[in-house]
Design a protein around this ligand. Structure first.
Ligand code: NIG
Ligand code: FE
Length: 401
């Protein structure tokens, strides 16, 4: 048994409802707190001095500076396994060039596909480890990572192998997702429907053979995959035993309805969701994942997070960290900035980064994943809009670095 503390405040964030609005008064704030960890798992929160008296045999990890303790964050949507970068695209975009201009100049998703296909598995693994470790330092202890820059058998497999490898070199927990249905690759001989069939017949069985991943994603959009073909694709993937998530309603409505109908764990993006989409999501078990980093990267409006909560949805916030639309990769900064624009309470933001993000991945926390911020009041954390980073991070009860 190990006792960590004291902390000026600790917020266990346990037992908050998974759907709908949250008021800050619903947050349990333990003053002068300690946390007991046993075998890497959370044993109990409580008053530090009382815990010390009750467990005199516990090893002490003594904190000698003012700190506020939170659970580690979960980033339930990223694309951080890739090679190259797209700063050229970004410069063109902020100079006012259109999506089409950028694609014509050799930019866009296809550029990342080309670079990722050229990289070997070692480079992809190293890139992924470096990015997961940056996230871990920022208190993100569980990270979802998608494939989707391979778009052929060899490189989709390589990306998912690299993600699995990366999991051996980082302390963060990684959850992988196959996003071969990102766009139809230019070199595929056939239309969108034929490409989706290829994924179902060739790629998914290969993934299952190597136990590489259990989740499937699809980008539903007129420029990617249409609604009807996407629904049957998702249903077939589910029948093969995959769990589902969807890139939905980013530029036009349609995807979130498919996500709900297919019973997906989450529908992500939602910038273009209609009132009906919001109601449907709220009435479902599908988590609404909003991605402020993509809005910031593309210079477009945020998804209607406030409306989603008020309608009764389960709202999670993720970074969408990727080389194109969301290069920043700072989850806390993005959540803080969005909360000011969308009027999200501190409780809603913290839930969106912890228990509600876990629900989007269909996981329950096992270990003592914790982070401590160098401040005296939990409200300081969003107040500094992501500039203040955790001073300490623990994964399964062990302090990182
Ligand atoms: O989530 N929307 C589609 N896919 C990514 C962008 C990926 C890229 O541009 O490389 C997204 O924003
Ligand atoms: Fe994405």
């Amino acid at each position: 048994m190990k006792l960590i503390g004291p902390f000026i405040q600790a917020l266990p964030l346990a037992g908050l409802p998974l759907k709908g609005p949250l008021r800050d008064e619903m947050l349990e704030v333990i003053a002068d707190a300690g946390v007991l960890v046993q075998d890497g798992k959370l044993h109990a929160y409580g008053n530090f001095n009382e815990l010390r008296k009750q467990h005199p045999g516990a090893d002490l990890e003594f904190m000698d500076e003012p700190l506020v303790l939170l659970p580690g964050f979960t980033d339930c949507h990223t694309h951080i396994c890739f090679a190259g970068n797209r700063s050229r695209d970004y410069a063109m975009r902020i100079a006012g060039k259109s999506y089409l201009d950028i694609a014509r100049a050799g930019g866009g998703i296809w550029d990342s596909v080309t670079k990722t296909r050229e990289a070997d598995i070692t480079e992809l693994t190293e890139n992924t480890v470096a990015r997961t470790n940056r996230h871990l330092k920022d208190g993100v202890t569980t990270i979802e990572i998608k494939s989707g820059y391979g778009l052929n058998l060899e490189t989709e497999l390589n990306m998912l192998r690299a993600i699995r490898q990366a999991g051996l070199y980082t302390k963060a927990s990684l959850v992988s997702t196959c996003l071969a249905a990102h766009i139809r690759p230019r070199d595929f001989d056939g239309d969108e429907k034929a490409y989706l069939q290829w994924i179902l017949r060739e790629l998914l069985p290969a993934l299952q053979e190597e136990h590489l991943c259990e989740r499937v994603d699809i980008f539903i959009e007129e420029t990617a995959f249409p609604v009807a073909a996407s629904l049957s694709f998702l249903k077939e993937a589910a029948a093969k035993g995959f769990r589902l998530t969807v890139h939905a309603d980013q530029f036009s409505s349609g995807g979130s309805g498919v996500a709900v109908e297919a019973g997906a764990l989450s529908a992500d993006h939602l910038e273009a969701s209609t009132e009906q989409d919001l109601r449907r999501l709220a009435a479902s078990d599908t988590v609404a994942v909003v991605l402020p980093g993509a809005s910031l990267g593309l210079g477009m409006h945020y998804a209607p997070a406030r409306k989603l909560l008020d309608a009764g949805a389960c709202l999670a916030i993720a970074s969408d960290w990727n080389p194109g639309s969301a290069p920043m990769g700072d989850l806390l900064m993005q959540a803080a900035v969005m909360s000011a624009a969308e009027k999200l309470s501190t409780a809603e933001v913290l839930a969106a980064l912890t228990s509600r993000a876990d629900k989007a991945l269909g996981i329950t926390r096992g270990g003592a994943d914790l982070q401590a911020y160098p401040c005296r009041d939990y409200r300081d954390i969003l107040y500094y809009q992501g500039r203040m980073k955790p001073a300490f991070v623990w994964k399964n009860g062990a302090m990182c670095e």
